[in-house]
Design a protein around this ligand. Sequence first.
Ligand code: G6P
Length: 609
Amino acid sequence: MCGIIGYIGNSDATRVLVDGLYRMEYRGYDSAGIALVTNDGIVLRKVAGQVRDLDHVVSTMTQRSCLGIAHTRWATHGVPNDHNAHPHMDCKGQFAVVHNGIVENYRTLKKFLEERGHTFSSETDSEVIPHLIEEFYTDDLLSAVIKACSYIEGTYGLAIITLRQPDCIVAARMGSPLVIGKGQNEYIVASDLAAIISHTDQVVYLRDGDIAEIAQDKLRIESRQMGTIAPEIQRVTWTLEQIEKSGYAHFMLKEINEQPLVMRDTIRGRLNYDEGIARLNGIADHVEQLRDADRIIIIACGTSWHAALIGEYMIESLAGIPVEVEYGSEFRYRKPVLTKGTVCIAVSQSGETADTLAALREAKRHGIPVLGICNVVGSTIARETDAGIYIHAGPEIGVASTKAFLAQIMTFALLSLLLGRLTHLSLDAGRNIIDAITRIPDQLSDLLQNLPETLIDIAKAFKDHRNFLYLGRGYNFPIALEGALKLKEISYIHAEGYPAAEMKHGPIALIDKNMPVVVIAIKDAIYNKVISNIEEIRTRSGIVIAIGSEGDESLQEFADYTIFVPKTLDHLYPLLTTLPLQLLAYYIADLKGLDVDRPRNLAKSVTVE
Ligand code: G6P
């Protein structure tokens, strides 16, 4: 949730660290801080607020340093204020620590440390860490951190500096991502590639249980399981341009506009027209296991969970394999019946979501094969699954997921095509799907050209409403859920998504002349049923904003506002109907003057339970 970064090299550490924080700000943005090793001791600056507030503070600093750590916070324990901001220090100001994660046993540790004379200055769980290190330090930071970590229950990504050894950073990982970038005579350690990529494309991903000692010219990694291990350097292919705004007002808008390109990347090299099938090399060794599965369980959270629901509908209808979709957070704590013949698929943009990760570990403990559908290459979920499919959406920075959602749906379209062809689908049906899939990127481009004007008008008309209802059926029911989620995430307007026919079992009581209802009413197999639902809304004076299929002029008779998307196959419509809902949420939030990319209380990557 939080972003952490450390730097050691020849450059001005303050600049490298603050620039890195800007790039990771989407991970948390309620307070920020920096600690530098200088000739005057460890210099610490912390502010409640955003990275730009910290930037303002450090711009007046006279001290210079080539060694430091910094943090941008998403509060879990202790309100966001200057005291609770990281870095945290020990009693004598000799050790500074930035932490991402939660120390679950911090109360016990704090009591133990207080009994030994330590005094605390924040309400955070994290502050026990510098005090533990102070307690255990004799002459070697690495050894002290190894010992401190053995006392911590919970999750951590840590970067630590000390005055006693002003030539190294120690970093440790357990459950919170950490990457080390290797430059020319410099290293940067961060919770995110975004903070590293402008310096180097050579990186080492730490694994859970790894503790690294990083000197300017040397990297040593101690693994809890394997002792000293050789750093495995990998090359990153994401470019800096991909993670910058490229002239858009917000990352979210940029990412929405990238979707045609993303669709091309997701399908590139994966369609075989001759055989009417998709090729997914990442899971090539597991395709038969999936085809013959008694049941597939898809595990996910948030927007990825909505994509998983669409995946369920697609796989069941194209391949006839039973599918269940589970929230990671529920799956891990109930007692799921995991029989032989079950295959799990974990879906996660970041590949770091704690609940999804814990659920997949639970499935593995039962001996169930687990595959992954992830965006971030080298992420924990990508590494811990038996095999997987990368969605190739590129870095997603806006907290509200957009392009990754579409790429996840497209990935399920490919997977269901593959499984469908191995079970029920004819060659012609497979080719028909491939034709429709290859038209999607251009159809999205056309929509991006044509939609904004109408959607800005609708956004202006409804930005001050307090409630919205979103309805859809079949493949578009999860899109109603996602449309409502997008709106509430970034505009703070209460919105609910419902299967259209379920409306009459409750939500219909809310409908009056002030209730805008967004209905996805495309010309699919259940179109007439949805029109009946629209009638029910109109009879009660509700306002209907309908998303329909191109050419369905008659829809205008039923709706106050209509938005049309091009025709496609029923199961691919979600790839098109999502776009107007993303834009509607974006324009409403923007017109309300809200911070679209950093909605309050949310975080991009939820690495805590
Ligand atoms: C957070 C984000 C959501 C995301 C969810 C799951 O809540 O704000 O946008 O859908 O986590 O994240 P994942 O990375 O696992 O897809």
